[in-house]
Design a protein. Structure first.
Length: 340
């Protein structure tokens, strides 16, 4: 019998074909926030994952925390990997809603330690920045969150995230003169009192796409927006700009709902999505920063000025721990505020 040895690229192709054949009938469902962010995740992670493994990735969204809980509690789970905010990942793990990650498949050591737990692996690192519409503010845009509350010099509606999560209370306290080192624990009463000053000027956006549309159209003159969403608008030629001053840094995580019918494939997907090259590919498409330090070497040089990691001196780090503990009680008051 003749033995044939296959090396190099040919060997890699054979292995990929073998993996594809093994997983040919498998499918997982990935859930994220929709719009340009999820489009970038699909291009950077899902398509290459399918090419590598043969496992198809169905896209759903937007992320809905109530649906995660309902699926797990009913035992009828059809979401496999979900992109969630940091504080929800911590609360959901404590509530028994998440699978433990398989670190025999996922290399825990590759993560920035801030972005990995027993039940959640970092997805991307982002900042809320102060974006503005240049047509609405032809004399120049705001420079900080204090200007966000100055409706005389900077007229128009202001966009804020409508869901009770880190960001809005922090920017209100910074605008009211609280120093970064004194932010936590948040003075919730003081934050709401500050927000009441411009209550009639607030526009509540519920998705990144909605924030982009409102800001680009001039429906709002300024916005607390995810940095990657403003970057995309600028790339598309929209009349918007933004400042990194007092950017509010946070992170998203990938989780697997408890009872996922495709747990093993879900772990493989997370391992792939958090690989250095795939993280960098997503960063180069989205302007959201990678959670694995090794990815930095693959990030395009022209993208770096648009990343949160390039603006540490202007950055305010928000506390995942605080929001994980106090988020539910703040949510009740927030929901009353935006509906009254």
């Amino acid at each position: 019998m003749n033995r044939i040895t296959i090396t190099g690229a040919a060997s890699a192709a054979v292995l990929a074909l073998a993996a594809s054949t093994v997983h040919a009938d498998e499918t997982i469902t990935f859930v994220s926030w929709g719009g340009t962010t999820q489009n970038a995740q699909q291009e950077a992670w899902a398509e290459s994952f399918t090419e590598k493994t043969g496992i198809r990735v169905l896209q759903e969204g937007p992320t809905d925390y109530g649906r995660i809980r309902a699926q797990v509690e009913s035992g009828n789970v059809d979401w496999d990997v979900v992109d969630v905010e940091g504080e929800f990942a911590m609360r959901a793990a404590r509530a028994g809603l998440l699978e433990e990650l398989d670190f025999d498949v996922i290399d825990r050591s590759k993560f920035d330690e801030r972005f990995v737990t027993d039940h959640a692996a970092g997805s991307f690192f982002f900042s809320f920045v102060l974006g503005y519409n240049e047509n609405s503010l032809p004399n120049g845009g705001p420079e900080n969150w204090e200007d966000f509350f100055n409706v005389e010099d900077y007229p128009g509606q202001r966009g804020v995230y409508r869901w009770p999560s880190a960001g809005v209370l922090e920017l209100a306290l910074l605008a009211d003169g609280v120093a970064e080192e004194d932010l936590y624990p948040l003075d919730v009463d003081r934050a709401f009192a500050k927000l009441e000053e411009i209550e009639d000027h607030l526009f509540y956006w519920g998705s990144g796409s909605e924030s982009q549309q409102a800001l680009a159209s001039g429906e709002i003159s300024m916005c607390m927006c995810w940095n990657g969403r403003v970057f995309t608008l600028i790339q598309e030629g929209a009349p918007v700009d933004y400042t990194w001053n007092e950017n509010l840094a946070y992170a998203d995580f990938l989780v697997v709902p408890k009872g996922s019918p495709n747990r093993e494939a879900a772990m493989e997907f997370i391992a792939h999505a958090t690989d250095a090259e795939q993280q960098a590919k997503f960063t180069n498409l989205s302007a959201f920063a990678p959670v694995t330090p090794a990815a930095e070497q693959y990030v395009d040089a022209e993208m770096r000025p648009h990343l949160p990691t390039d603006h540490p001196d202007e950055q305010v780090s928000m506390s995942i721990d605080f929001w994980a503990e106090h988020g539910p009680e703040i949510a009740e008051r927030w929901n009353d505020f935006i509906t009254n």
